[in-house]
Design a binder for this molecule. Structure first.
Ligand code: MOS
Length: 707
């Protein structure tokens, strides 16, 4: 094991374990007003009037009229209002915030507000939705010709549901007017500079008018990529009006019903096969974006680029759309559009193989991309594709091929078994030229006279460990003990913009900037002096420039790879599937800390199994989400998959620190395909098309079969 891989105690281990970490909800309440949002309770309506109760001294009602700048939150397009602009577009849309010193009084005032609506017809059914936020097409080759020459054509549709990030700490932001007129905004978040840009715009001030700090954050998983910008604007506007600090922390029900989730999807795959090989795919991807566009453009881009999976498809046509429905806006969630399409393509390949009488794994192996091959967007897989070796590793770990053959034999008892495998990648870092053209990351090291070194960057630790791994890299290059290098929570008043904490980019992109900065600092090290070194992102030379208008070029500099197998046993009396084992081989390049990386792999894999099997969230015919608590929305625990085996394969990426690639999202992406393939086998080879696939779904399949 390389030295850098050897695990250390995480820098935030002790305060978190002891309970000393201060989350946004933990700051003393003295002098801070409590903010409670008044949410719309109709999916689509004109707001005619809000009748507010009489406000006691020191209590405030804040709405769109109080926004000093632009009442639009800066995200990608800026269609999300800070406070409702006259019509509400989903249940939960914030109409106003009630603020005051006593939480119980604020809640009572908020609940006493009467909103008079003129109801409008909401769009709730994705299949009938008519308003398109984003519509992309790309492809290559001659798809029509391939279909006309095919000896078999397959046409199937796959559906995925919501997934709630279910971070332990709910969304919460706080704004404090500073004496110098600056607005200080802090809270649970992933992207301090996103919030900074959004609040500047809402307050109508310059960059110096806002300061944003990340507080200790109890999990994000993507859920704190865009939402904190919205809530941050709301508390900042409220604090500006009240002239006092305002804090708004959502309760679990608000958080689950009204904040961003993974986009539900419909994916239709038409596949041409000739002489036992896939010759063309014609893919149609539809995402349910919810009421505002927020991050849907970029989620959709990643999803459709991944749509043909890890396979060579000589003729490809992809059409992707993100449609508006009158539901809470969907946003980022670990995998960012890719889990939806990888699920579809993996099931599709399984189904085709079985129809052809070929073992799915062999069929997939015959189509695998290799180093040097074109990607779906005519970029290149510049680096080795280690899938064959990883398949071997998993086969050895769980006897995959043998079990697969054994469980394929007819099963008749109460308990029936199945095992499934999926193959996937995750494009490391931002899609396309985002890193080069939009983010332009800058990171700094500051050495103090006493020889300690501070890292200045904007990436937040959301549990994934950058507070430890960044210092590890710098300490390693400077030959310093780890406690001489530190990384505080990013504060825009002190750190440059090294970009957001998203897209599995922090360690790979910013970690590399820090490594280079550390090498330069080492070279110019002068004892007893204060020194500063800065590094800026430079796109690697090998990149084929990406053109988003044509979806052409390298969408990602490199890829992380995964092979997952899941073995389960279904109780045909209850429909309950028990995971006998989940096996994952992951290539995320060099692990910069073994335990940190394994924590990501195990947690992400389990989160993906939850997505596939039990995490059910639906809205009713009024557009209201019903599963708004942890008793109605189940997520897996260690008990659900006791035998979780993860192993690493290392293909070094030359432009990541010590060969590290993006790691955070990959482990979730492949789980649904492996899971459902195992369910299909246990259920006698039935073809299934949706996740989550719950015990109820199993029973309904079995009942249908019995009829
Ligand atoms: Mo992440 S899902 O790119 O916040």
């Amino acid at each position: 094991m390389e030295k850098i891989t050897r695990s250390v105690v995480k820098k935030d281990h002790a305060p978190k374990i002891s309970g000393h970490s201060v989350y946004v909800a933990d700051y003393p309440a003295e002098g801070v007003l409590c903010g409670k949002l008044l949410h719309a309770n109709i999916a689509r309506a004109k707001v005619l009037r809000v009748e507010t109760p009489e406000l006691p001294e020191g209590y405030f009602y804040v709405d769109a009229k109080d926004v000093p700048g632009d009442n639009n939150v800066n995200i990608v397009l800026d269609d999300t209002p800070v406070y409702c602009r006259g019509t509400v577009e989903y249940i939960g849309e914030p109409i106003a915030m009630l603020c005051g010193p006593d939480e119980a009084v604020v809640t009572r005032l908020r609940d006493a507000c009467k909103v008079e609506y003129e109801e409008l017809e909401p769009a709730l059914d994705l299949r009938k939705a008519t308003e398109t936020f984003f519509d992309y097409r790309f492809g290559h080759g001659d798809v029509d010709k391939a279909f006309s020459e095919a000896d078999r054509v397959y046409d199937e549709e796959f559906e995925t549901g919501y997934q709630e990030q279910a971070y332990l700490e709910t969304q919460g932001m706080m704004a404090e007017p500073e004496e110098n007129g600056r607005m200080f905004v802090h809270g649970s978040s992933q992207c301090v500079y996103y919030i900074h840009g959004a609040v500047m715009r809402a307050l109508g001030c310059g960059p110096d008018g806002v300061r944003v700090l990340q507080d200790v954050t109890g999990g994000g998983f993507g859920g704190k990529e865009d939402f904190p910008s919205i809530l941050g604007c709301q508390v900042a506007v409220a604090a500006r009006k009240c002239g006092k600090a305002v804090r708004c922390v959502l309760d679990r029900r608000e958080d689950m019903e009204y904040t961003s989730k993974r986009h539900p999807s419909l994916c239709r795959y038409k596949v041409a096969v000739r002489d036992g090989k896939v010759t063309a795919m014609d893919i149609d991807v539809t995402l349910n974006a919810g009421a505002y566009s927020t991050l849907s453009a970029v989620v959709l881009q990643r999803g459709i680029i991944a749509a043909p999976g890890v396979y060579n498809v000589p003729n490809l046509r992809v059409h992707g759309r993100a449609l508006k429905t009158n539901t809470a806006p969907c946003g980022a969630f670990r995998g960012f559009g890719a889990p939806q399409t990888f699920f579809a393509v993996e099931m599709m390949m399984d189904h085709i193989a079985r129809d052809l009488g070929v073992e799915p794994l062999s069929f997939k192996e015959a189509h695998l991309v290799r180093q040097g091959d074109f990607t779906s967007t005519c970029g290149r897989y510049h680096f080795p594709v280690p899938l064959p070796a990883m398949i071997d590793k998993i086969d050895k770990a769980c006897d995959y091929r043998k079990k697969r053959a054994e469980y394929a034999k007819p099963q008749t008892g109460r308990y029936r078994r199945g095992i499934g495998m999926s193959l996937c990648f995750h494009g490391a870092g931002f899609t396309g030229s985002g890193e080069r053209d939009l983010i332009k990351a800058v990171a700094k090291l500051r050495k103090y006279r006493d020889g300690t070194v501070e890292i200045l960057a904007s990436n937040g630790d959301i549990g994934q460990g950058v507070r430890t791994t960044f210092p590890k890299i710098v300490a390693h290059e400077l030959n310093l003990p780890l406690d001489k290098v530190y990384y505080q929570h990013p504060d825009t008043a002190r750190v440059p913009d090294s970009g957001p904490t998203v897209a599995s980019r922090s360690l790979m992109v910013v970690g590399e900037l820090l490594r280079r900065a550390a090498i330069r600092l080492r070279e110019q090290w002068a004892d007893g002096e204060e020194q500063e070194v800065e590094e800026r992102f430079k796109e690697p030379d090998f990149i084929i420039p990406f053109h988003i208008d044509k979806f052409e070029g390298d969408a990602y500099p490199t890829y992380a790879w995964a092979v997952n197998a899941i073995e389960l046993e279904i109780d045909t009396y209850t429909g309950v599937a028990k995971a006998l084992g989940a096996y994952g081989a992951f290539d995320v390049g060099t692990p910069v800390d073994y335990n940190v990386v394994m924590g990501q792999m195990e947690g992400g894999f389990l989160q993906g199994i939850g997505y596939a099997s039990m995490e059910q969230m639906n809205y009713d015919d009024k557009g209201r989400i019903r599963n708004n608590s942890f008793s109605d929305y189940l997520i897996p625990t260690a008990k659900d998959v006791p035998n979780l085996y993860c192993t690493l394969h290392v293909e070094k990426y030359p432009d990541g620190p010590y060969g590290a690639k993006g790691a955070g999202e990959l482990p979730l992406v492949g789980a649904p395909g492996a899971y459902l393939s195992a369910v299909e086998q246990a259920l006698d080879g039935v073809a299934l098309h949706h996740v989550p696939f719950t015990a109820e779904d199993t029973l309904s399949v079995m009942t249908k079969e019995a009829v």
